[in-house]
Design a protein around this ligand. Structure first.
Ligand code: A5P
Length: 234
């Protein structure tokens, strides 16, 4: 059983890597590239670093402190935050992807910076292994970034929208985002109207952003499979 589990984990890693490498093959000289956050994005950052070492000339913007550190370690030239501009290509993972290319993101807690970079990109490629494809969004708890001030009241409002919600914890303490905020993980079960929910969430004072990345934000979805193939679901 242990060997089997280890094997399937390895295959998942290969699937993520295959999707990441395919997306990185679209990066060309002179591009400003947005770097996502999470384990799949980490493969993309490392693959991009390899291409930079081989002579590719690009600059990059990172969606989290962790991705910034990985990019620097991988030799990718980074643009300082105050010189931020629209990226030519943004590459990032997702927690769930539906058939209309709507996403849930933020499992890693970086959804705010990710959404800013995704919004201000000329092209957004989502990379994932096949386990992220779903018929309906919502089985994965929707991450919502909220400010600490009044967070108990904000949480009550979130629950009134029909979910079970809790403040994300890490090592026995509330998880704090790179922006100094909290994450409320909201279990809606199945989200039938993502646009309506996005609007309702953003109308609550104290909500900074939510992890719904909705069509037409996403340009392409590249899915890696356990046998190493990559496909683009239509
Ligand atoms: C980070 O905040 C998230 O949006 C990630 O993109 C998402 O959680 C996917 O992460 P993995 O690639 O690690 O599954």
């Amino acid at each position: 059983v242990t060997l089997c589990l280890r094997g399937s984990k390895l295959q998942k890693v290969e699937a993520k890597k295959a999707a990441a490498e395919k997306a990185v093959s679209f990066v060309t000289d002179g591009m400003l590239v947005g770097l996502g956050t999470g384990s799949t994005s980490a493969f993309a950052i490392r693959a991009l670093g390899e291409r930079v070492k081989a002579g590719l000339r690009i600059r990059a913007l990172a969606s989290s402190v962790a991705s910034e550190a990985l990019a620097a370690e991988s030799g990718i030239p980074l643009v300082p935050a105050e010189k931020m501009d629209t990226t030519d290509l943004y590459i990032d993972g997702a927690d769930e992807i539906d058939r209309s290319r709507n996403l849930i993101k933020g499992g890693g807690g970086a959804l705010l910076r990710e959404k800013i970079l995704a919004f201000h990109s000329r092209s957004f490629i989502v990379i994932a292994d096949e386990s992220k494809l779903v018929d309906h969004l919502g089985a994965f708890p929707l991450p919502v970034e909220i400010v600490p001030f009044g967070s108990a009241l904000t949480l009550k409002e979130l629950i009134l929208l029909g979910c079970e919600a809790g403040i994300r914890q890490k090592d026995g303490k509330p998880f704090i985002t790179d922006n100094g905020n909290l994450i409320a993980d909201c279990r809606f079960g199945s989200i039938s109207d993502p646009e309506g929910l996005n609007r309702a969430l953003l109308s609550i004072p104290g909500v900074v952003e939510c992890g719904l990345f909705l069509h037409p934000m996403v340009g392409r979805v590249i899915v890696g499979h356990r046998d190493g193939r990559v496909t683009e679901p239509s």
